[in-house]
Design a protein around this ligand. Structure first.
Ligand SMILES: Nc1ncnc2c1ncn2[C@@H]1O[C@H](COP(=O)(O)OP(=O)(O)OP(=O)(O)O)[C@@H](O)[C@H]1O
Length: 606
């Protein structure tokens, strides 16, 4: 939420200073806090927009750990952090030596390296669960299961749990307090030093200051257009759709904003807290510069080959902040596959953002694609020519079709083909129905699949047959709407189904797969995959990598990943460290050299 880092963790709960700083340390947030101008009182934007993906994940973990619950359900808590931080969090939070050591911890994970530490491994496949009990490398869950054996833990073996509780592990007998007083040394002692407790007052922009700023820049009509639009559509939406606020500015000049819209806006939006978030977005849009630069248009087949060059590139997110990128110089050749790795906060995503000019802060130096400095182009012109799967993929409000093809460039068949390739077609419509609409991917036997709609239609027909005159009239009214669109083939197969921005029908992995569908349909010469497979299981990750290799063999692909398997087959690896390139070269060479990359590989093997 749009508040200080501390408020984001406390969530209105009492401030227990001692425990709070222990949580900060355990969740490896100390160094981040120290690097921010207002320490833990630094404002975090809505949905954590001004912190890195890893920082967001650790903040969410800290919020949960601060709740001091008896039972914790942690949904893939380590997917967005590097191997060192993963180890630190395991030791200081999740394992029995950590802050949650005395609680029951149910952890969902794609990280197989975590499995040896668990008492029970529950595998979920095709909606069936199988449970494996084992002797953990370190006692994680068992002690707590027996201590709170009233738990609704679906624990199939209480005896086993009790047995485990008697294991001779001193850490198990310690209270949380004792554990904390004697923290287990992390594998990497530098992962998070002791916290600094400096408290500074945050700088806050009032709504009025925000509004004045936008008024001064763009005047009344533009202001209202901007706010109405920005309130409804996220930044990424604009980017992906190829729209831009500058285009709206043009509309506003031609006086397209009706008074009704203005009044409606004033009533509904202006006085709501959400508006300040919209205003933040507006500032970003305005700072992006023109949508189209008439005397420097991007050619239609651009970029022709996909050569990417970073020249003396430095980036800061604010005058009083450290450089997030420092004097980067590197040439990426056409068609090269580059893996970008590095500790959390090293600058990987910032590097990706510079290629899309998503940063309006202090950017020095340049990014050139096929010899063109991208700063010269209008953002609306060059962005749609590049492809990205961002760290957090989004589904937009609208139909599945609009999500896949916001600019109406492709046929329905293209969309199904992409969804089938990426393995998400079944999420939208079962194979049986697709087949009846002529869009099945193979001849696999699907006769056993039950078609609920057909069963329902039959039941409706039977009801109709039995009904008298009056009842038929009533049924006619009730069923008319239901069957109105029954003849629409595409309606029947669900691509016109509405999905929402925060639609929980889609897992984060599935959202990433939908982003991959968009890329496959567009076939851009330069692609950025920012933790594009972090949320999917290893097998799907492997399939996605294979698909990326075959579909984009001619393209330049920059892949950011903490999971090293994902980038091991890259032509070259860039290891980022504190905003700089610490190492660059083919993966096997870097491993043989025994430097930073070799260290990361080793850390990943724990
Ligand atoms: N919008 C922002 N405003 C201020 N600082 C930011 C912003 N985004 C990132 N930073 C800071 O810039 C640095 C680099 O962040 P970046 O997101 O590039 O790291 P990363 O290597 O991608 O990390 P992760 O692996 O955690 O995703 C971090 O210190 C982060 O706190």
């Amino acid at each position: 939420m749009n508040d200080t880092m501390r408020a984001n963790i406390l969530l209105g709960r009492t401030f227990d200073e001692e425990y709070y700083w222990k949580v900060i340390h355990a969740c490896a947030l100390t160094q981040d806090i120290e690097s921010w101008p207002d320490g833990d009182l630094t404002m975090i934007g809505e949905r954590g927009i001004n912190i890195s993906g890893g920082q967001r994940a650790r903040l969410a973990l800290a919020r949960t750990v601060y709740s001091r619950a008896d039972v914790y359900i942690l949904d893939d808590p380590l997917s967005a952090v590097d191997a060192h931080v993963k180890r630190h969090i395991l030791d200081n939070v999740i394992l029995s030596s950590g802050l949650l050591g005395n609680s029951l911890r149910v952890v969902t994970t794609h990280a197989e390296s975590m499995l040896p530490f668990c008492n029970q491994i529950v595998t979920v496949s095709d909606r069936t669960m199988s449970v494996v009990h084992q002797e953990p490398k370190e006692h994680v869950v068992a002690t707590t299961i027996s201590a709170s054996d009233n738990s609704a833990t679906c624990d199939a073996t209480p005896d086993k749990a009790k047995a485990d509780s008697t294991h001779d592990d001193p850490a198990d007998d310690n209270s949380i307090k004792t554990d904390i007083e004697k923290p287990t040394p992390a594998a990497d002692a530098t992962a998070d030093p002791e916290p600094a407790k400096e408290k500074k007052q945050p700088k806050k922009w009032t709504l009025w200051e925000n509004a004045k700023y936008v008024f001064n820049i763009c005047g009344w009509h533009v202001f209202t257009t901007l706010v109405i639009t920005a309130s409804f559509r996220p930044v990424s939406d604009f980017i992906l759709d190829g729209y831009n606020i500058a285009a709206l500015k043009e509309n506003a000049k031609s006086d397209t904003v009706s008074h009704d819209a203005v009044l409606w806006y004033l009533k509904v939006r202006l006085f709501k807290a959400a508006t300040s978030v919209a205003l933040d977005k507006i500032e970003e849009f305005i700072a992006e510069g023109p949508y189209i630069v008439e005397d420097c248009r991007v050619p239609s087949q651009w970029p022709p080959s996909g050569n990417v060059e970073f020249k003396d590139l430095s980036v800061k997110y604010g005058a009083d902040l450290d450089y997030a990128l420092k004097n980067l110089n590197v040439v990426i050749r056409p068609g090269e596959k580059i893996g970008i790795v590095g500790r959390t906060g090293a600058g990987k995503s910032t590097l990706a953002k510079t290629i899309f000019r998503l940063l309006n802060e202090d950017v020095e130096g340049s990014v050139e694609i096929d010899g063109h400095n991208i700063a010269k182009f209008g953002v609306g012109d060059f962005r749609p020519k590049l492809g990205i799967i961002p760290q957090e993929s989004t589904m937009f409000n609208g139909t599945v079709k609009r999500n896949l093809d916001p600019l109406n460039e492709f046929t329905i068949e293209d969309m199904w083909a992409a969804m089938i390739k990426c393995g998400v077609a079944d999420v939208i419509e079962p194979k049986r129905k697709r087949k009846s609409a002529g869009i099945a991917d193979d001849d696999e036997d699907i006769d056993g699949e039950e078609d609920n709609d057909e069963v329902k239609i039959k039941a409706d027909e039977e009801r109709w047959e039995k009904a008298g005159f009056l009842m038929r009239a009533l049924l006619f009214l009730l069923l008319k709407k239901k069957y109105k669109k029954a003849n629409d083939k595409h309606q029947k197969i669900g691509i016109n189904r509405n999905v929402g921005q925060d639609d929980n029908r889609f897992s984060s992995g599935q959202r990433q797969l939908f982003s991959l569908c968009r890329l496959i349909m567009r076939k851009r010469k330069v692609l950025i995959l920012d933790e594009a497979t972090a949320e999917v299981d290893l097998e799907t990750d492997g399939k996605m990598q294979e698909l990326i290799r075959s579909e984009f063999s001619e393209c330049t692909v920059l892949t950011i990943a903490h999971r090293l398997d994902t980038i091991m087959s890259s032509d070259r690896i860039i290891v980022m460290e504190k905003g700089e390139i610490a190492e660059i070269g083919p993966p096997q060479e870097l491993i043989a050299k025994g430097g930073k990359f070799a260290e990361l590989v080793k850390a990943n093997e724990f």
